[in-house]
Design a binder for this molecule. Structure first.
Ligand SMILES: NC(=O)C1=CN([C@@H]2O[C@H](COP(=O)(O)OP(=O)(O)OC[C@H]3O[C@@H](n4cnc5c(N)ncnc54)[C@H](OP(=O)(O)O)[C@@H]3O)[C@@H](O)[C@H]2O)C=CC1
Ligand SMILES: CC(=O)N[C@@H](CCC(=O)OP(=O)(O)O)C(=O)O
Length: 342
């Protein structure tokens, strides 16, 4: 094994998925695992699916515990990363699954998160144009939000190829693990089961500025976005339906060709054969984003449907993918392409 990795937040959902993936990574050895209030307890109590790590005990989340590794993954609540990262050397690769270092615009951060902006790190979405070069050799990586990954991958090819107007709608149906393990008032089992519930409606969700940032970086012009997340009674997965007005004269063949070309060589993002629509089940536990694109001629809009697993490509898989790029390893190392079915 070439590298050692510590995981802060190992008792949580993102930490658990990182561990599941790293157990299959041939170049990364799992080092210290830390938690907050659950420090001192066995990992297996919180992650009973991770039997190979049954002998591990969670340490407290301190810089001393995290030091001495080549890679440190932070899978902590927002706002916890800056202090730790500052105390880790510039030679350590720090990969933050939280939001703290994703946004360029301090005023957007303050508006949506309500705290002072900590800064901006290289953004962990290798599929974005030019991003692999920015991630190669990086020692700090900000992993995107899960809704942001799916919406960005669904929309940027149409925008980059100037096929659609930058006036976008995204409706993303999401599983509950996106909200983390900590109890939440809108995540009471008997109220979630059997219900679909919108939240963060009307441009208020904190992923709005992040999606806009990514898509603006591709178009170079302002982007208008209406984003609506919808909570669904399933543990993991996001299915996003994304639309944009077609520019005059653009044909369905041009739209399909743009997506085929953009994703032809991408290891994890695939345009499905015509007529096959993505579902969350097709991406379960895989690091994939599956897409289908069509044109609604009557509405004059491009329609892209995209699915991913919020814990795999949407968090931990994306984090490992960017780790591979940053360390100069083959990008696919340790990352599953095959999902679980049925
Ligand atoms: N879930 C998802 O789909 C996605 C999550 N993310 C991001 O990943 C990060 C982790 O999310 P997730 O795993 O879902 O959250 P969880 O609530 O499931 O896990 C949070 C983890 O952080 C630890 N923790 C909480 N408070 C503290 C503290 N004060 N000091 C040290 N450790 C603490 C918890 O430890 P303990 O068990 O001891 O409380 C636990 O290990 C978040 O920033 C989230 O936004 C990003 C994209 C998608
Ligand atoms: C179901 C649910 O609540 N999902 C979360 C997605 C969290 C995520 O992607 O992570 P960050 O918080 O790190 O951005 C949400 O919509 O806020």
């Amino acid at each position: 094994m070439g590298y050692s990795a510590a995981i802060a937040g190992a008792s949580g959902y993102a930490g658990g998925e990182l561990l599941r993936l790293l157990l299959g990574h041939p170049e990364i050895e799992i080092g210290t695992l830390t938690a907050g209030s659950n420090a001192g307890t066995p990992l297996i109590q919180h992650q009973p699916h991770l039997l190979p790590l049954a002998d591990r005990v969670l340490a407290p989340t301190t810089v001393e515990e995290l030091r001495g590794h080549d890679v440190v993954y932070l899978a902590l609540p927002h706002g916890q990363s800056a202090d730790i990262a500052q105390q880790l050397g510039d030679d350590v690769l720090v990969v933050d699954c939280g939001a703290d270092f994703r946004l360029n615009d301090a005023s957007a951060w303050e508006r949506f998160y309500g705290t002072p902006h900590a800064g901006t790190w290289p953004y962990g979405l290798p599929e974005l144009p030019g991003q692999r070069d920015r991630l190669a050799g990086a020692r700090r990586v900000a992993v995107p939000g899960c809704h942001v990954t799916v919406a960005t991958l669904a929309l940027f090819p149409g925008l980059a190829e100037q096929l659609v107007e930058p006036d976008l709608t995204v409706v993303a149906v999401t599983g509950t693990s996106g909200a983390g393990k900590a109890p939440k008032p809108n995540l009471i089992g008997s109220e979630i089961m059997g219900a679909l519930s919108p939240y963060g409606v009307g441009g208020t969700h904190r992923h709005n500025p992040e999606i806009v940032q990514n898509l603006t970086s591709v178009t170079g012009e302002p982007v208008k976005l209406s984003f609506t997340p919808v909570l669904a009674p399933l543990p993991r997965g996001i299915l996003a339906t994304c639309t944009a007005p077609l520019k005059d004269g653009v044909t369905p063949a041009q739209v399909r060709a743009a997506y085929e070309t953009t994703y032809a060589d991408e290891p994890f993002t695939r345009l499905l054969p015509e007529g096959t629509w993505p579902s969350t089940a097709m991406t379960l536990a895989a690091n994939t984003t599956l897409l289908q694109v069509t044109v609604d001629a009557d509405a004059g809009r491009m329609v892209v449907v995209a699915a991913l697993d919020n814990l795999t490509k949407g968090t931990a898989g994306g984090a490992v993918q960017s780790t591979n790029v940053a360390l100069g390893l083959p990008e696919e190392t340790g990352l599953p392409l095959a999902a679980v079915a049925p």
